[in-house]
Design a protein around this ligand. Structure first.
Ligand code: GAR
Length: 194
């Protein structure tokens, strides 16, 4: 049986898109569901385009029920990928999928992590601090924002004149290249499904 990937995303889902493309015809793994807290998220359209099922949930379902754990267990999900998902992951999900939830962050953690540090806020802080480089981090998820063990980082140089859009672009290029490959690598290392 193929390894099964669940993607959580709250917005555009360009990373989700790259992951769905990467695994579309993959012999050993597949994206089996896309989940979002945002009924307006463009990632829902992207998932439809790949004919991948979706699930929209609210805070009540996420934090006060076991609904998502049951759903993901029933689907026999092997890895949960947060691709632009901004809510803190509750204990019941962490316990049900130990070391199987990963996140991507648009900075070189531990710099520029924590609550409120996402998307453009991260790039703006990097610019304000006049850093010489920035990058991306893929890491395991724990009960705190952006603090789990780091799996992979990739960096880029900040050139004179680079603005927020350029930082975003350079970061996204790295994210789109590395994220699907790291997921594939992790799945290969996992001996059995949950
Ligand atoms: C990505 O850049 C990801 O690193 C960031 O959200 C963006 C989602 O873009 N995540 C965080 O900031 C998490 N703290 P996408 O919807 O186009 O994939």
């Amino acid at each position: 049986m193929k390894k099964r990937i669940a993607i959580f995303a709250s917005g555009s889902g360009s990373n989700a898109q790259k992951i769905m493309e990467h695994f579309k015809k993959h012999p050993e793994a597949e994206v089996c569901i896309v989940l979002t807290n945002n009924p307006e998220a463009y990632v829902l359209q992207r998932a439809d385009n790949f004919e991948i099922p979706t699930h929209v949930f609210d805070k009540q379902e996420f934090y006060n029920t076991n609904g998502l754990v049951d759903l993901l267990k029933n689907l026999q999900v092997d890895i949960i990928v947060l691709a632009g998902f901004l809510w803190l992951i509750p204990q019941n999900l962490l316990k049900a999928f130990p070391n199987k939830i990963i996140n991507i962050h648009p900075a070189l953690l531990p710099k520029y992590g924590g609550k409120g540090m996402y998307g453009d806020f991260v790039h703006q802080a990097v610019l304000t601090n006049r850093d010489a480089e920035s990058g991306i981090t893929i890491h395991f998820v724990n009960e705190n924002f952006d603090e789990g063990e780091i799996i992979h980082q990739a960096r880029f140089k900040i050139e004179k004149g680079d603005d927020l859009e350029m930082l975003k672009f350079k970061g996204q290029q790295l994210e789109h290249h590395h994220f699907p490959r790291i997921i594939e690598h992790l799945l290969k290392k996992m001996k059995s499904s949950i």
